[in-house]
Design a protein around this ligand. Structure first.
Ligand code: NDP
Ligand code: HSE
Length: 432
């Protein structure tokens, strides 16, 4: 590399501008840390006339085609902050093929096509770094890749999506409905215009697949990951959760069970006493359990221009320190082996069920029998009159169970749905 670290920046939105602000505001500090300055050599802009809160850095060449960055001999590191699966893929592929290091925040692309892109980076001996792609400013990628490298990771559990956590926090603290809380998240700029990736659990799933790769050194196909979003979570279930001393959170979790990886993203109930239950608003947190280190928890801002820019810059600086070969996945193989996945029906966890049923003799006994028939053991039961409809003949009955296998849960639900006194689709949540 030259006396300067020269980056080519594609994407000048929230994260691109956040990165640029740090590069400008902390230029001297960065140079002191690195021994040489980081300069934005070129920026790719779709619309050079668009008004932006942060100016294009002095001296940066503006190009209209991001692919030009990949082949510019004066660029050392291509920084992809456009997002999406189209142009971002073309740019990263071309940059790696041209022997350039790449830094990206694009978890969606790495979750879908990481296997191929990491193999190309390994073949070319260049870096493909992505600290910002998992939980924005939280340094979890480096933590798993380097700091905890000597540990066998027993479990990784996290609140990986700030938008969903904001929505669930508002539903819990202010008693808002899902729709009202979503509107607040959109107003605050947390949720995307189309919030599907956030609220259906897909954004968390992208991040979990990257965490699994880092923690276990295996590729876990995104389409094999069980994912449930938060759109079905109701204020009533959040209120019941509180009665059981719990919060409802969207949790991404991977753990080793009998040598196989059990993983998924689901809304879960967790005890108020857990640190993860105290992560509110748009914040993220990841808890890692290693066999030697025990439990480690990282907490912070999973989104926003400056926090995410901070992670992008850390990758740039890491790659700019000449010497060791790039460490992209944390494992030396060019292609990581496929994960040995625990079949989803074997997944085991405690459960919360809510059944809306006719209030008449034998109903509670029949529900308990249906659970018992498939070997699910009940831990607690609550039947209450709904205060908003005290004279209604339809009442919610809630069960908390001991550990239950997903296969047995599905069998029980199938039988219970067919019971004539069950008046609505049963609700069930996992308990962490
Ligand atoms: P924005 O939508 O704010 O910015 C995207 C930028 O990319 C815009 O400047 C846009 O141009 C440009 N762009 C998009 N497509 C093209 C294209 N085909 N050719 C040229 N330029 C293009 O996105 P963010 O900054 O929020 O996100 C960037 C990446 O960072 C994404 O992968 C996202 O998932 C990830 N990320 C974002 C976080 C956040 O807090 N926002 C947190 C963690 C990760 P134009 O200005 O013309 O629209
Ligand atoms: N949309 C993401 C979230 C931010 O809400 O957490 C980027 O990862």
């Amino acid at each position: 590399m030259s006396s300067q670290v020269r980056i080519g920046l594609a994407g000048f939105g929230i994260v691109g501008q956040g990165l640029t602000s740090i590069l400008t505001g902390s230029a001297q500090w960065i140079e002191r840390r690195l021994g040489r300055p980081v300069a934005v050599h070129a920026v790719a802009l779709r619309d050079p006339h668009k008004q932006r809160a942060v100016p294009i850095p002095d001296g940066a060449r503006v190009v209209s085609n991001p692919l030009e960055l990949a082949q510019d001999p004066d660029i050392d590191i291509v920084v992809e902050l456009m997002g999406g699966l189209g142009m971002a893929y073309d740019l990263i592929r071309l940059a790696l093929a041209s022997g350039k290091h790449v830094v990206t925040a694009n978890k969606h692309l790495l979750a879908e096509r990481g296997e191929e892109l990491f193999a190309l980076a390994a073949q070319k001996g260049v870096g493909l770094y992505y600290e910002a792609s998992v939980c924005g400013g939280i340094p979890i990628v480096q933590t798993l890749k380097e700091s905890l490298a000597g540990n066998r990771i027993l479990a990784v559990t996290g609140i990986l999506n700030g938008t969903s956590n904001f929505i669930l926090s508002r539903m819990s603290s202010k008693g808002l409905t899902y729709q009202a809380a979503l509107k607040k998240a959109q107003k605050k700029g947390y949720a995307e215009a189309d919030p599907t990736l956030d609220v259906e659990g897909f954004d968390a799933a992208h991040k979990l697949v990257l965490l699994i790769r880092l923690a276990y050194g295996h590729d876990y196909p995104l389409n094999k990951l069980p994912v449930t979003g938060i759109t079905g979570v109701t204020p009533l279930d959040i209120a019941y959760a509180k009665e059981f001393g719990c919060q409802v959170k969207l949790i991404g979790q991977a753990k080793m069970v009998d040598g196989r990886i059990m993983a998924g993203v689901h809304p879960m109930m967790l005890s108020q006493s857990y640190l993860l239950a105290q992560v509110h608003g748009a914040f993220n947190a990841v808890r890692v359990v290693g066999d030697a280190v025990g439990a480690v928890m990282l907490y912070g801002q999973g989104a926003g221009g400056l926090p995410t820019g901070s992670a992008v810059l850390a990758d740039i600086m890491d790659l700019a320190r000449d010497g060791a070969a790039p460490n992209n996945t944390g494992f030396p193989e060019k292609m990581l082996p496929p994960a040995d996945i625990l079949p989803p029906e074997e997944e085991c966890s405690r459960r919360y069920f809510r059944f809306n049923v006719e209030d008449k003799p034998g109903v509670l006994a029949a529900l308990a029998q249906a659970l018992g028939d498939v070997g699910i053991s009940i831990y607690q039961v609550v039947q209450k009159v709904d205060p908003s409809a005290p004279d209604s003949n339809i009442v919610p009955i809630v069960f908390m169970t001991h550990q239950a296998k997903q296969r047995d849960v599905e069998k029980a639900l199938e039988n219970i749905r067919a019971m004539p006194f069950v008046k609505a689709e049963p609700v069930h949540l996992r308990v962490l």
